[in-house]
Design a protein. Structure first.
Length: 838
């Protein structure tokens, strides 16, 4: 087997690790970062007397890397090479290198802040910017600076583009490996957005297989799309005469597969056969699949994003970044020249965000904030991050943890919070488990609680029980029920949780499950997701509307405790998994969630502010009566805000200039991803209206909000430094060589544009840029202000199609200047006569 590209630089890397406390290694996928370098480091005398921890961001990659490294040594995992993941640990006294994932590093640090016996911590695939990687690096660096100056950190990334690693860690050594790659030809085909994805991707894959030899890797956003495309592609290939006789295997690859299925997916095609691997972005950089020379890319992926409206992280299907597109295409050029087919236009490629945002800027930070409180950190600025976590997400996490009683009023960890953190699961599930342990006198509640957590940790199929959570719990007790592999995992996990919580209580028994407790237990874990019937829909305690699915089992339920939701077509989420709840159960078991309060809102039918007082569960009314308040009451603004919320963000008093400001901030977040830009798109603004509330003190009616008040509220979302950076990097105007200030137009993710008379651009060899290196589209106008040409490459235009325009314009506008060498001519606003007279 030939040595990987990184082999030639192993000595350089070892020297850097022996002379620096931190090393940054940039090497493309396939260079041998994960599969070759760790074994060489085991032979370095500097690490002979201690362990090496290798942090992988994905379970699938962790298992694969550990297995590959152990095989190279002729061993099984658990001897020299260990594996430590949630619910799976294979280590021994002789283990010298542990592959860890899923917050395991954080738990090891919490247990032993000095990481005793560990000499080196390696962060693999750091460019993915997972939450655990960013948190792990911040904590490990904190340990190194305060407790263990002999601890070595190695950060490995496929690319450093868009990551200020060397700026944030200036004392770190930088080693760059070029890797081994071949040219990849790019092919673009626009996707029909209103049509299903699977048939389009199957057609494009068939096209690629017909045009080229070799095996193919197809990137899709998720499991559902993989299954749909697998069926569509198999059908197409069976009907394609040229391909039907070929031996083509179609295999899926995603995190939820069994170990055997994953191994089969990444293995090379058998001799005489071709292979099509349908994969999520787990195959983007984390795994190497042999024999791939074709890549077919949907251009989509699932991105975790916290939705303030529902108070939870959701997986949204969104466009991939330019960086991800480059990584995916590169998979086709590992072994030979390859081809990458993209299901989007070349024009859309230029509009994609440069980088995928880091998790610390997009996902729910509740578990992370709880971990940091246990570490003694109460504000993000107390640690040295590559990128500070989102301030709004941090505040949301603190608020939720305070609601659980895990943090006190100043954000410090309580005894209850310490107990939550020690359970090693999400704060919501930990809250549920501790409540059940506290209420042990309730028959069956403890056995049901551990089963419920084990169930909710899994990705459940839609059938056979749809959104009926009690029936799913009863299914765990049924030995002959469908999905036995899933049931077996849940039984194992339930037993583990039981042993962890009640080590002296004997074995956990599935028959002790009482699904009648499911509603109360879910309400304890997700109090904001308790739903009350409101006409044909539901109102959540968190304040948002929700719907039932067509196949829901809960059409007659007046109160529901919801454990999972999915996107709805009309905006409100749809209940995916729930249990019924009674008001009596709420009062008896969850009384701390209920409070006496006054609620002020806007009655759309009456067209005025209305108020009620009574018993509420957050925003959900239980027993209320009307209350009279006047416009001079400070609470009146709550009703005005509710009226604005009901109308929607699009009906606020926007001006064109304010919409342009909003677009500039949104584009800044894409083009300058390392700055902490707030999300100010309409959807995010509509999910949480707190940004507007402080500016309504003088507003008596939703109709009376002015554009200047709206502008003041929006611009307050940027601090002074960000406001200055916006004006500097994404200005409102560009000054032409003639001195004319030309308005820049920012629009929905497209490149910025200017419209300028052609004569004022003479002498310009390149387009203007914003945000450092984003080229501006230049619309060149005639003397009468009519469009003549649109370009991002002025130099090519002057040497090319300008000649035809010059010929026509000389006849139509003879008084104006049409030089033969416009690229080197003088820019002007004047006619030829005025130029000659100056």
């Amino acid at each position: 087997m030939p040595l990987p590209p990184i082999a030639s630089q192993t000595n350089e890397i070892c020297r850097a690790l022996n002379s620096h406390s931190m090393v940054i290694l940039e090497a493309p996928p396939g260079a041998g970062k994960s599969t070759y370098l760790p074994l060489q480091l085991l032979q370095d005398p500097a690490f002979a007397d201690g362990k090496i921890l290798l942090l992988e961001p994905r379970r699938l990659a962790a298992r694969n890397v550990a297995g590959f490294l152990a095989k190279q040594l002729g061993e099984t995992v658990g001897r020299t090479i260990g594996l430590r993941m949630r619910q799976e640990t294979k280590v021994s006294a002789g283990t010298r290198l542990e592959v860890v994932t899923e917050g395991v590093l954080t738990r090891l640090l919490q247990r032993d802040p000095e990481l005793s016996g560990v000499n080196l911590v390696i962060f693999d695939e750091y460019h993915e910017r997972s939450l655990h990687a960013d948190l792990g690096l911040a904590l490990a660096y904190d340990v190194q600076q305060g407790l263990r100056d002999d601890l070595i950190l190695l950060v490995m990334s496929a690319t450093l583009e868009g990551m200020p690693l060397t700026e944030r860690f200036p004392d770190a050594a930088l080693v760059q490996c070029q890797g081994r790659s071949f040219p990849v030809s790019l092919h673009y085909q626009s996707r029909e957005r209103r049509a299903p994805l699977a048939p389009q991707l199957a057609q494009l894959t068939e096209q690629a297989l017909l045009a080229h030899e070799g095996s193919a890797l197809v990137f899709l956003p998720g499991v559902y799309e993989i299954q749909q495309t697998q069926r569509a592609l198999a059908d197409r290939l069976s009907k394609q005469a040229q391909l039907a006789h070929q031996q083509i295997d179609i295999v899926p690859l995603y995190g939820g597969l069994t170990a055997a299925e994953q191994i089969a997916a990444i293995a090379p095609a058998a001799p005489g056969r071709r292979k099509v691997v349908l994969a999520t972005n787990v195959a983007e950089t984390s795994l190497t699949i042999d024999g791939i020379s074709l890549v077919i890319d949907s251009g989509l992926h699932r991105q975790a994003s916290y939705h303030h409206k529902i108070g939870h992280t959701r997986l949204d299907t969104v466009e991939i970044s330019q960086a991800s597109a480059t990584q995916r295409a590169g998979r086709a050029g590992r072994l030979m020249p390859g081809h990458a087919y993209r299901l989007w236009s070349e024009e859309l490629q230029s509009r994609k965000a440069k980088q995928t945002p880091a998790d610390v800027m997009t996902v729910d930070l509740t578990a992370m904030v709880l971990e940091l409180a246990q570490w003694g950190v109460h504000e993000p600025e107390q640690l040295h991050w590559l990128q500070l976590p989102s301030a709004s997400l941090w505040r949301s996490a603190v608020t939720r943890l305070q609601g659980f009683g895990a943090l006190d009023a100043v954000g410090k960890l309580t005894a209850h919070g310490r107990a939550l953190a020690q359970l090693g699961t999400t704060p919501e599930f930990a809250q549920l488990l501790l409540w059940a342990m506290k209420n042990s006198a309730l028959s069956g509640v403890q056995a049901t609680a551990v089963a419920l957590v084990a169930l909710l940790e899994e990705r459940l199929p839609k059938q056979p029980f749809a959104d009926d959570l009690p029936r799913w719990l009863d299914w765990i007790k049924a030995k002959g029920a469908p999905h036995q592999e899933l049931r077996s995992r849940i039984l194992t996990r339930s037993s583990q949780l039981w042993l962890q919580l009640l080590p002296n209580a004997g074995r956990w028994q599935a028959q002790q499950i009482d699904s009648a407790w499911s509603g109360v237990l879910v309400a304890v874990a997700y109090p904001g997701w308790i739903l009350g019937q409101r006409g044909a829909s539901y109102l959540a305690a968190h304040g948002f509307g929700a719907q039932l699915g067509r196949d829901s089992h809960w059409q007659q339920a007046s109160l529901l405790a919801v454990a999972d939701m999915r996107d709805g077509f009309a905006g409100d989420p749809i209940v995916a998994l729930a249990a019924p709840l009674t008001q009596a159960d709420l009062v008896r078991y969850c009384s701390e969630l209920i409070s006496e309060q006054v609620n002020v809102g806007w009655d759309q039918r009456l067209g005025r502010v209305v108020a009620t007082e009574g018993r509420y569960l957050q925003a959900l009314p239980l027993e209320t009566q009307p209350l009279a308040i006047g416009a001079d009451d400070p609470r009146w603004q709550q009703g005005v805000l509710d009226g604005l919320r009901q109308r929607g963000v699009e009906r606020l008093p926007w001006t064109p200039a304010l919409r342009q400001w909003q677009q500039r901030v949104m584009m800044a977040a894409q083009w300058l991803p390392n700055d902490p830009w707030p999300k100010l798109d309409d959807q995010t603004l509509a999910e949480n209206w707190d940004w507007l509330a402080p500016f309504l003190t003088a507003v008596r009616h939703p109709d009376k909000l002015t554009s200047s008040q709206l502008a003041q509220a929006l611009k307050s979302c940027l601090d002074w430094n960000l406001g200055q950076r916006l004006e500097q990097m994404l200005p409102t105007h560009w000054t032409a060589p003639t001195g004319t200030r030309i308005a820049l137009q920012y629009d929905d993710g497209r490149p910025p544009r200017i419209a300028v008379r052609m004569q004022e651009m003479y002498g310009q060899q390149s387009s203007p840029t914003v945000a450092g290196d984003v080229p501006v589209v230049v619309e060149l106008l005639s003397p009468a202000g009519r469009p003549l040409q649109v370009t991002q490459d002025l130099a090519a235009f002057w040497l090319g199609s300008y000649r035809e325009i010059q010929k026509e314009m000389k006849g139509r506008y003879p008084k104006h200047y049409w030089p033969d060498d416009p690229g080197n001519a003088q820019a002007t606003r004047k006619t030829k006569r005025a130029m000659n007279n100056q």
